[in-house]
Design a protein around this ligand. Sequence first.
Ligand code: PLP
Length: 432
Amino acid sequence: MNISQSQQLFEHAKKVIPGGVNSPVRAFRAVGGNPLFIKSAKGAYLYDEDDNAYIELINSWGPMVLGHAHEIIQKAVADAVQNSLSFGAPTRKEVEMAELIISMVPTLEKVRMVNSGTEATMSAIRLARGYTGRDKMIKFEGCYHGHGDSFLIAAGSGAATMGVPDSPGVTQGIANDTLTAPFNDLEAVERLVTENKQNIAAIIVEPVAGNMGLVLPNKGFLEGLRQICTREGIVLIFDEVMTGFRLAKGGVQERFNVQADLITMGKIIGGGMPVGAYGGRREIMDFVSPAGPVYQAGTLSGNPVAMSAGLAMLHYLNNHPEVYTRLEEIGNKIVVGMQSNMQKLGVNYTINHVGSMFTIFFTDKPVYDFESAKQSDLQLFAKYFQAMLKRGLYLAPSQFESLFVSTALTNEHIDTIIKANYESLEEILVTA
Ligand code: PLP
């Protein structure tokens, strides 16, 4: 495969951009090799600067649920730019957007638009603190909520309940207010709540976790969090930046029938444009400035072009329930095909799957939290990634990510993916 343009661009990029990329995972550090520089994409395909074509299984980390350059979104954006790109003043589209989101997502009564998932989670945590008058929050190991300082915290060792900064530049002062529990471990949550009575403002969770590879909540886990939060006056935040509008029209709340107090959203909500949002019950959201005292703002928030892309996407999803049926079908077919491949090859790797999201972990043990995800053979994953790439399949370049399918995948694409999976597994097993 000729990737000389990508190689040259990466050399240039490294001189002017830290690590050559604008978001770390794009550098392919976990899988080796040169990152591909993408020129364009259409439907199910990405095209790199050397004109190689790849079938998409990342879809911009989730947003392109209808595939790339879908005509309804392209048109909405093209129409919107005719009227200028930004006003920094209220617009009709923002009202339409808020009304539409509230109609689609259970429990939302008010919503605030921001520019990214990171902004959404940072703002939601500040709001939960302002609303409760408490300082601490609980998050879960392996969940990712963007790069806000409060989230870049690792669990403290042993009996310590205080977190430790997970990145230089994050202060111990901030880490002291972030407590961490293993995903799916309600007992650990109960312990933290007891040790920090009346001090915990929020529990934030990816209700279906996509950032340690895909990890599903055990039966009762989300319900248990709901109960604890209601009992203790803690704000329960579901971070649905990945799962929102993907696992169901109303996200995990709808699919798993558990309700949060605040929801953070991103990705699909912008149709590929930089958009995030947070919302929840009126009583809490009315603490946000200028209705209430908790400050949060943005020059480009509710940007008219981004709103147009997001509105086009959400209207389409709202009016086409068959999208969700097809996403389920595609996800199921791929996973069943991969499981059958593994059976034929005599291996038993764990595939975690829900709807249009899945991860193959290179371990035969169940994966239910970050510790179990880390049992995966990362070298084997890297070989698998390269073997699939060689066959024209674009996967997330890390074991600790979910794959996302789009409705642009046809049954022929699915057959190609399953065949490539068989050949790639066969290839890496010979060298394993
Ligand atoms: N929350 C979750 C669950 C995410 O998956 C991500 C990004 O992948 C974020 C928050 C941060 O969103 P962004 O990258 O738009 O800042």
